[in-house]
Ligand binder design. Structure first.
Ligand code: 4NP
Length: 162
């Protein structure tokens, strides 16, 4: 059974699809695409069915990452389905845990920035209403966090890198 990761933000069109596609890129590079799989979702229903935001896609492309995906809303059943759920900010974290009525999945939910090793920010800022620099910052933070996250999973799960 592969290890299943879910990245969650508000709209599932900026931060979490970036995290998903960056992580997939790193997993492919490490030869672990059969061992670790990724998905993303939004806590809101605002953009269900939409592709990643064009501004986010442009910022990712500048760093060699192609963004693909279709927004979906986070569901209670995701708490059971995934091994680790990464929230982009504290509001997402709280909204995810609100669906865990029996409080049995709390340990699966973590803040994405907890895996950063080069940046000090504790949340991935919502870039939606800002300028292009906000989108570039999202990519910078996520490249850092995804590297840390991959190291964490490989150590935790003792996966053998082929
Ligand atoms: P995301 O960004 O949560 O990173 O996908 C946002 C996308 C849309 C909205 C807010 C944040 N919105 O308010 O529509």
């Amino acid at each position: 059974m592969p290890y299943k990761l879910l990245f969650v933000c508000l709209g599932n069109i900026c931060r979490s699809p970036s995290a998903e596609n960056i992580m997939k890129h790193l997993i492919n590079q490490a030869g672990l695409s059969k061992e670790i799989i990724c998905d993303s979702a939004g806590t809101s229903s605002y953009h269900i069915g939409s592709p990643p935001d064009r501004r986010m896609t442009t910022a990712a492309k500048l760093r060699g990452i192609e963004l693909v995906g279709e927004a979906r809303q986070f569901q209670r059943s995701d708490l059971e389905k995934f091994d680790l759920i990464l929230a982009m900010d504290r509001e997402n974290y709280r909204d995810i845990l609100m669906l865990d009525r029996s409080r049995q999945y709390q340990d699966k939910v973590k803040l994405m920035c907890d895996f950063c090793t080069r940046h000090n920010l504790k949340e991935v800022p919502d870039p939606y209403y800002g300028g292009p620099e906000g989108f570039n910052q999202v990519i910078d933070l996520l490249l850092d966090a995804c590297e840390g996250l991959l190291d964490y999973i490989v150590t935790q799960e003792q996966l053998i890198i082929s």
